[in-house]
Design a protein around this ligand. Structure first.
Ligand SMILES: N[C@@H](CCC(=O)N[C@@H](CS)C(=O)NCC(=O)O)C(=O)O
Length: 361
């Protein structure tokens, strides 16, 4: 007997709501219609009979009015710990395979840990095509159940033109999270209330306030695990940490503070950029780019295959450098860095968060 290959995806969320509430959000039609479609889509129709052996039918509608209907049968309903139901797209013959969704709910400190496993895909591409939709839908579920907590109350205080603010915005965009962008200048009285050192950015999540870009990105990554921005293995995580630290200490100092900002806010004689500072910075930047070029090698992510925390800290710095006078020339000597930058520039998260074409700090 031959077994057909089967592929699955698994997503986790921690939600500030009791397991009973989360369970009900999966089996009550009026609740499903509020979250069970990726952001930007609505659920105009849902009909269900939440009993084992009975089924559901749910239609999602995109902005262009195209609709996608999914149907299935309940296989397990154990309130408040476990729900299993089949999942079958109605309209599209290529994806009409019957797959299985398993929802496991466990109490945890925050409320509920939800693990959703969608299995039975006949090929990895089909499985991967479901990941962004589930990610976005589960983020909406978290927001619906926890309106005063993590998801709905995220606010980022800073300036979209700052590289550090930009890094956090890339992380938020990668995860498809809703947040309020609060425009704040460094050292403004309002910013100092969130960030005692006056720097930008700072994140507010309900009553929880956090500063330091790396800490913020790690926090988001733990609260909203997909797509993961921290590598899975101990060594790759340490490597990512290494680059985050090198980027914020050495690269930021040479590339942004002593080069990009010299052009944006010239402090040299006659209101020109200080030629001595620029020349010294260029020597150091050339050395830094050679180190980075080596580290990237043939990859577009600095720790290997997957775009993550180190990349979203590095890329805004390199992008600003590339757009400054003489920047392209410096980058020409680092082809791997240039290729990695081009690859990052193609990401929707980068494009959606790019500061205006007119650079400032
Ligand atoms: N280590 C901080 C650095 C934050 C930082 O320096 N931000 C810059 C803008 S990109 C800033 O606030 N500059 C104002 C200053 O240097 O006083 C982080 O990782 O968030």
């Amino acid at each position: 007997m031959t077994h057909k290959p089967s592929f699955e995806l698994s997503l986790t969320r921690r939600i500030s709501a009791p397991p009973e509430f989360v369970f009900d959000a999966f089996v009550a039609g009026d609740q499903l219609s509020k979250w069970c479609a990726p952001r930007g889509m609505t659920v105009p129709k849902v009909a269900l009979d939440a009993r084992v052996g009975q089924g559901y039918r749910l239609t999602m509608e995109a902005r262009d009015r195209s609709t996608f209907t999914v149907t299935g049968e309940y296989r397990e309903l154990l309130r408040p710990t476990r729900i299993a139901y089949t999942w079958q797209w109605v309209d599209d013959a290529t994806t009409a395979l019957e797959t299985l969704v398993l929802v496991e709910l466990r109490p945890c400190d925050e409320g509920t840990e939800l693990v959703l496993t969608h299995s039975g895909f006949s090929e990895p591409g089909m499985r991967d095509a479901h990941i962004p939709g589930w990610n976005s839908s589960l983020n909406r579920l978290v927001e619906m159940l926890d309106p005063r907590g993590t998801a709905a109350n995220l606010a980022l205080s800073g300036d979209p033109r700052s590289t550090n603010t930009w890094s956090v915005r890339i992380a938020l965009a990668e995860k498809g999270l809703h947040y309020e962008m609060v425009q704040r200048a460094p050292h403004s009285a309002e910013q100092v209330r969130l960030h005692p050192f006056g720097r930008i950015p700072a994140l507010r999540d309900g009553d929880f306030i956090l500063f330091e870009t790396s800490a913020i990105v790690r926090y988001l990554d733990e609260c909203f695990p997909e797509p993961a921005l921290m590598p899975a293995s101990v060594r790759e995580r340490a490597r990512a940490e290494q680059w985050v630290s090198a980027a914020s200490l050495y690269l930021y100092d040479a590339m942004i503070r002593r080069y990009v900002l010299q052009y944006l806010f010239p402090k040299g004689p006659g209101g020109e950029p200080d030629a001595g500072v620029i020349a010294a910075a260029r020597v150091e930047i050339t050395r830094h780019l050679a180190i980075l070029d080596d580290a990237y090698g043939e990859h577009n992510a600095i720790t290997g295959e997957t775009f993550g925390i180190a990349d979203l800290v590095l890329v805004p710095i390199i992008d600003y450098l590339a757009r400054s006078p003489g920047g392209e020339e410096l980058l020409a000597a680092a082809p791997n860095v240039s290729r990695a930058l081009a690859s990052a520039r193609a990401r929707p998260s980068f494009q959606a968060t790019h500061p205006s074409a007119k650079p400032a700090t």
